[in-house]
Ligand binder design. Structure first.
Ligand code: ARG
Ligand code: ZN
Length: 468
């Protein structure tokens, strides 16, 4: 299961067009056939080899989601805009959600087949390299939540009064067809329809007021900055929403009224954490911020882009952590899951930095506490830079030792260069994907020091590193 830190472990104007688009017409059944041969599935991730696909690049997901909490039925219409990267007679998507009834490519019916999480689509006409194309997928039914023996519960998760989509690492396919490659960032539109009186939130900014059509309400959210699919999120249910600001930045917080969430504290602590983080790491990378407390029972918080989701009222360190991810993880994202320490090590180290500036222990004393663990302790066993698929959320190897690696880097580079590194990293690689080598190169160019031995010892060697 997960070993993340204990603290986190519980821890009317628009009617015409918007309503028209959200209306669900009956989906015509279409003949489809299995196909054989063709391009490889998977984008080559060492830990999630089936995730993602080659041959095309998604620009935008437009997700029409109609959800009924009482029946758990999710009806979806996903419109995916992509560019072919080579000539394609067929291509794959990742999908393990409810039954598909129809797929079109550029408006023409396509044939398709499913094998595990691989959805193979054969367009009526070959797609030409360099050309844009549009895939539409109609689907409906009751999603089956992913429950992984080591990674826990994720994907489409039911709550007492709704559902929440929490995807890290590969759960997006549980509720929409996706190129689930951590490196294929795209913008998103979520058009969510529910029974009247049920709220729906998602990443990004709400577009106009909710639109009521008979007994159903539709609300639209747009994420305008590039987002990796594991960070996409919807939260459906009853929420008390607070619309605040952090300077010019909208701060949308929402609390499930039946949870232990305190809307005022969530709003003010989120504002405080982000204001401090902006001073350290540069401007907030997305167009709005916030946070959502929902009783999901997942036993973790998640740094969903622009608006983390908490499974209960978070403490300050958790709010600092999930918002630190907005810079480290969400804006600057690893190329593969092997480099997860670039997310979790940084977010954990930001907690240590926050604590030392807010009357808590110094980062050095936290480092010392963990460093005191004897060389034979299993704390030192895994490689932080390659922990293995089942250990991507390992509290010791990824979170703490990731943060310790950064602390060692700080003491070696000196505070001035280290803080320049953090700021330059987030600025230089914003909205892009990175690997550990990019961090090493940048750290070396800022400090003019050979940092390779430090990276090797702390990230790629089993056992307790010596301190020179
Ligand atoms: N990234 C989350 C955090 O910062 C943890 C996600 C855990 N996800 C999971 N499927 N167990 O704490
Ligand atoms: Zn984290």
């Amino acid at each position: 299961m997960m070993h993340a830190m204990t603290r986190r472990q519980r821890g009317a104007a628009a009617i015409g067009l918007a309503c028209a688009m959200a209306m669900f017409a009956g989906v015509p059944a279409t003949a489809h056939a299995a196909t054989a041969g063709g391009s490889p599935a998977g984008a080559g991730d060492p830990y999630f080899p089936l995730a993602g696909n080659q041959g095309y690049d998604v620009a935008h997901y437009d997700l029409d989601l109609d959800f009924t909490p009482a029946t758990h039925v999710l009806n979806g219409q996903a419109t995916i805009s992509a560019e072919a990267k080579k000539d394609l007679t067929r291509f794959n998507l990742d999908y393990s959600g409810p039954a598909i009834s129809r797929i079109t490519v550029d408006g023409r019916d396509a044939t398709y087949s499913q094998d595990g999480q691989e959805l193979t689509v054969v367009p009526a006409k070959r797609l030409k390299s360099g050309h844009d194309f549009t895939v539409k997928v109609w689907y409906g039914g009751v999603p089956v939540t992913i429950d992984d023996p080591t990674l826990g519960i994720y994907g489409w998760i039911y709550t007492d009064d709704g559902a929440v989509g929490l995807n890290e690492p590969d759960g997006a396919r549980n509720w929409y067809p996706v190129n689930d490659d951590i490196g294929d960032k795209a913008t998103y539109t979520f058009r969510i329809t529910t029974p009247n009186g049920v709220n729906a939130l998602a990443n990004g900014e709400q577009q106009g007021p909710p639109c009521v059509n008979g007994d159903r309400t539709t609300v639209t959210w747009n994420e305008r900055k590039p987002m990796s699919s594991y960070l996409s999120m919807v939260a459906i249910g009853k929420f008390d929403v607070t619309n605040g600001r952090i300077g010019n930045l909208a701060n949308v917080t929402a609390v499930d009224p039946t949870s232990d969430g305190d809307g005022a504290v969530l709003q003010s602590t989120t504002a405080e954490a982000i204001a401090w983080e902006q001073q350290k790491f540069g401007r907030y990378p997305f167009d709005s911020a916030g946070g959502i407390v929902d009783k999901s029972g997942v036993e973790y918080a998640l740094e969903t882009q622009g608006r983390p989701v908490y499974d209960g009222m978070p403490d300050t360190d958790t709010i600092v952590h999930e918002n630190a991810h907005q810079w480290f993880g969400d804006a600057v994202t690893p190329k593969t899951w092997r480099d997860i320490w670039l997310n979790e090590g940084f977010a954990t180290y930001v907690e240590w930095m926050w604590d030392e500036e807010h009357g808590g222990p110094t980062a050095q004393s936290v480092f010392d506490k963990y460093y005191a663990k004897p060389a034979g302790d299993k704390f030192w066993k895994l490689k932080t830079g390659d922990p293995g698929r089942d250990e991507i959320f390992s509290g010791s190897a990824v979170y703490y030792r990731g943060a310790m690696t950064l602390h060692q880097l700080r003491t070696t580079m000196g505070d001035r260069d280290f803080f320049t590194l953090l700021r330059t990293w987030t600025e230089k690689y914003r909205y892009r994907n990175v690997e550990t080598k990019d961090l090493l190169d940048l750290a070396q160019s800022i400090s003019h020091k050979n940092l390779k031995p430090l990276f090797d010892a702390w990230l790629y060697t089993e056992g307790k590193p010596a301190i020179p």
